[in-house]
Design a protein around this ligand. Structure first.
Ligand SMILES: *Cc1c(COP(=O)(O)O)cnc(C)c1O
Length: 360
């Protein structure tokens, strides 16, 4: 068997050891004589998996006790709607900072549901930077401020977070959750689809300050209320049990790898390899993001020569690098180097980039 160098943007690489463990347990989960997929979500065996995943997330992200961790479905995209449904009360305004396609999509859902305001944007330069914190417009009576902490498509990342002066800060962390240490207490709500850094598609993690559960409109459909899921330990209906089991395995792997600090150091090393190759190429490779806003998760670049770019992508594919094509809305190249992408894969890509440049 040969594993490819997987640079997919999402769903993306999972730790190999996790896949092996899951394979070993697939037919008989811990002596139950059933696959974890066949367990009742009301059984004590499943309950242990569910609560273990939750406890590990609290531990690894140092989530304070006044926050609730929810396991939902519908992806980050459903959160684009659930956030304004739950947190944008009538007459209030929600503040969206636009840093790419995902923040635009989040804004679009909020516009259908209430008043919105754009407190900052980097659209003027094709989302190649994160707006300066002191340029953001935030009013004390805003319902919340929404940011996208890592812009998967454009390859930019917030390296500092705005001080919102008591206004809840809401962050879409789908593509950088658990990639670096974070002070959760600065956020009102954090959400992330699992399929980039946490596990397979199918579960969405929401971390919410319990204060925000107090004012949820009563008339919302039951499944769309955060309070329903908070009150039932995310077991109001059948949760995506297999995805949550996979999440628990990925979290164990992060824990065994030395936790978020150790993972963050490794992420830094991986990203530097590729950014150095870009910066030392005398313009052969051009990074999309401004240096101060560069993402450690998604490295976006183009080749100055468009014909060579096509050849680069073709040869990369032939050499076994998967997922290097840029997003269809931006073009160029993108290497997604999430937590589970091994250093060796990034080294191999860096070496390929250097070799390709030398030859051309
Ligand atoms: C992938 C991604 C999404 C979309 O997630 P779905 O789970 O497919 O809805 C949203 N936001 C960001 C930042 C993403 O990277």
């Amino acid at each position: 068997m040969k594993r490819t160098y997987n640079f997919n943007a999402g769903p993306s690489a999972l730790p190999f050891s996790v896949l092996q463990e899951v394979q070993a347990e697939l037919l008989d989960f811990r002596g139950t004589g059933m696959s974890v997929m066949e367990l009742s979500h009301r059984s004590k065996d499943y309950d242990a998996v569910h609560n273990h995943a939750k406890a590990l997330l609290y531990k690894l992200m140092a989530i304070p006790e006044n926050y609730e961790v929810l396991f939902l479905q519908g992806g980050a995209s459903l959160q684009f709607a659930m956030i304004p449904m739950n947190l944008l009360s009538q007459g209030k305004t929600a503040n969206y900072i636009l840093t790419g396609s995902w923040s635009e999509k989040a804004l679009k859902e909020a516009e259908k549901l209430g008043n919105t305001f754009i407190g900052g944007s980097s659209e003027d330069k094709n989302y190649s930077y994160i707006p300066a914190l002191d340029q953001l417009q935030i009013e004390n009576d805003h319902a919340y401020v929404h940011i996208t902490s890592n812009n998967t498509i454009f390859g930019t990342q917030w390296h500092q977070f705005p001080d919102t002066n008591g206004v809840p800060l809401v962050a879409d962390m789908s593509s950088d959750i658990l990639s670096r240490p974070l002070d959760v207490s600065r956020f009102g709500l954090i959400y992330a689809g699992a399929q980039k850094n946490l596990g397979p598609a199918g579960v969405t993690v929401v971390i919410i300050n319990r204060d925000l559960l107090a004012n949820i409109p009563e008339q919302l459909p039951t499944m769309l209320k955060y309070s329903t899921h908070a009150d039932s330990n995310s077991l109001y209906n059948t949760p995506p049990t297999f995805a949550i089991y996979m999440l628990s395995k990925v979290l164990e792997w992060v824990d065994q790898s030395g936790g978020v600090e150790a993972i963050a150091e490794q992420n830094q090393v991986k990203a530097e390899m590729l950014y150095d190759a870009i910066d030392q190429s005398n313009g052969f490779y051009c990074g999309h993001a401004e240096q101060a806003s560069r993402s450690l998760m998604n490295v976006t670049f183009t080749l100055a020569d468009k014909e060579l770019e096509a050849e680069f992508l073709q040869q990369a594919k032939a050499e076994g690098f998967v997922g290097i094509n840029g997003h269809r809305s931006v073009g160029g190249c993108r290497a997604s180097i999430y937590n589970a992408v091994p250093v060796e894969a990034v080294e191999a890509l860096r070496d390929f980039m250097l070799k390709f440049k030398a030859k051309n």
